[in-house]
Design a binder for this molecule. Structure first.
Ligand code: PLP
Length: 384
């Protein structure tokens, strides 16, 4: 992915910065669109993975809807050309101001996570003389077998409505005049690499649809969220996730009603592999037990390793010497500001340029100015 001519160009840019391979992004988006189309599925891109304007423009052009978790994300999506009628809006703590904004824009669905939220949306919609289309976000109690910080579908998590509440919620919705239940919604977690987990989800969704049928509810839409993982270890061998198998699992295992439309909300798997954090080596510090590579990029630029103990492959773009083991750390005054421990990279010296790979999702969006550092800028393969 990062060939010699490209490296020469990257060397001229002030580090640290995000670099996006827009060709890979377009290829990934086209693959998702083609595989989903085979079964007539609708894909909403989850903006929280990366809400950078240029990336959104590319993903809007690929024909996706949007999945948002704040009113500002909805506004950003609409600014970048997404049709509000294709926006799903999730989140456990939607404020009145946010709900009003979404009502004004007439979005596709509010994915509701609690009874008080449904009552509040009903109240705010009534004030505007509108009816809000809603989905119930269901907590299916399915273990995503992923990191505990990105698991969302277990009873103990804050997300969604659990089975023991279904009766009460359905009765309540029937009594409300300004909300219209159109869909069930599920999202069980992120960076799911074990495809069996999606099979388990399908089986749970089938059971839950049956339960709703027994309450005389058959809905026109079903939304199974996102969560498909990417290969952080081998980004060059697997630059595009296996969307074919992913959609096939749903086609094979999920029972849809006649005419019922299936929706997905994919984030990481669409944008993860197209981004790298490019950083320069400020110092190499040799210790007794280990050597440290100290970079000018830090946890404020890319927090995933510190936040989720996430692994990112790291490459030295400017050395061809034999590999050595290093701890690769940032300059921020926190012990957790460490990108990798005992990582094998080409022998490194001050001034070398490193690429921290697979940083397109949950990278730039989570950047902060901690330690009063500057926010990282973004550059694109088709512009440099
Ligand atoms: C974060 C999120 C997604 C996207 O998850 P990925 O793992 O990035 O695919 C989808 N739906 C909801 C409700 C989310 O919160």
């Amino acid at each position: 992915m990062l060939n010699k001519t490209l490296v020469e160009k990257l060397k001229k840019i002030q580090t640290p910065f995000y670099f996006y391979d827009t060709e890979l992004l377009k290829k990934t988006a086209a693959t998702v669109a083609a595989e989903a189309k085979k079964f007539g599925y609708t894909v909403h891109y989850a903006l929280k993975a990366n809400s950078n304007h240029k990336i959104l423009n590319i993903l809007n052009a690929a024909g996706f809807g949007a999945d948002c978790v704040s009113a500002n994300e909805i506004v950003r999506a609409v600014e970048c050309g997404f049709n509000p009628k294709h926006v799903a809006y999730a989140g456990v703590g939607k404020t009145d101001k946010e709900i009003n904004k979404a009502l004004d824009l007439e979005i596709f669905t509010f994915n509701c996570e609690s009874l008080p939220e449904i009552e509040n949306i009903n109240h705010l919609a009534a004030q505007k003389g509108k009816t809000a289309d809603i989905a119930i976000r269901i907590n299916p109690n399915v273990d995503a077998h992923t990191h505990e910080y990105v698991t969302t579908g277990l009873e103990e998590n804050k997300f969604g409505i659990s089975e023991w509440q279904f009766n009460e919620v359905v009765e309540k919705i029937k009594s409300l005049n300004s909300v219209n239940l159109i869909s069930l919604h599920f999202h069980i977690g992120s960076q799911i690499t074990d495809m069996k987990v999606f099979e388990t989800l399908c089986k749970r969704v089938n059971e839950i649809q049956k339960t709703f049928e027994s309450l005389e509810i058959k809905l026109p839409h079903l939304n199974v969220g996102g969560g498909l993982g990417i290969d952080y270890k081998n980004p060059d061998a697997n630059p595009v996730a296996d969307f074919k198998s992913y959609f096939e699992i749903f086609n094979k295992n999920l029972n849809l009603y006649d005419g019922q439309k299936l929706h997905f909300e994919l984030g990481r798997s669409i944008v993860g592999q197209c981004g790298s954090l490019i950083t320069q080596v400020t110092y190499v510090k040799t210790g007794l037990q280990k050597s440290f590579v100290i970079t000018d990029g830090g946890m404020n630029d890319l927090i995933r390793p510190a936040l989720y103990q996430a692994y990112h492959k790291i490459e030295n773009l400017t050395s061809t010497k034999a590999e050595k083991s290093y701890d690769i750390v940032g300059p921020v005054c926190e012990s957790s500001d460490c990108f990798a421990k005992n990582e094998m990279i080409n022998e490194t010296q001050r001034g070398d340029i490193l690429a921290i790979r697979s940083a397109g999702a949950y990278g730039e969006v989570m950047a902060s100015q901690y330690n009063l550092r500057e926010l990282p800028k973004a550059y694109y393969s088709d512009e440099i």
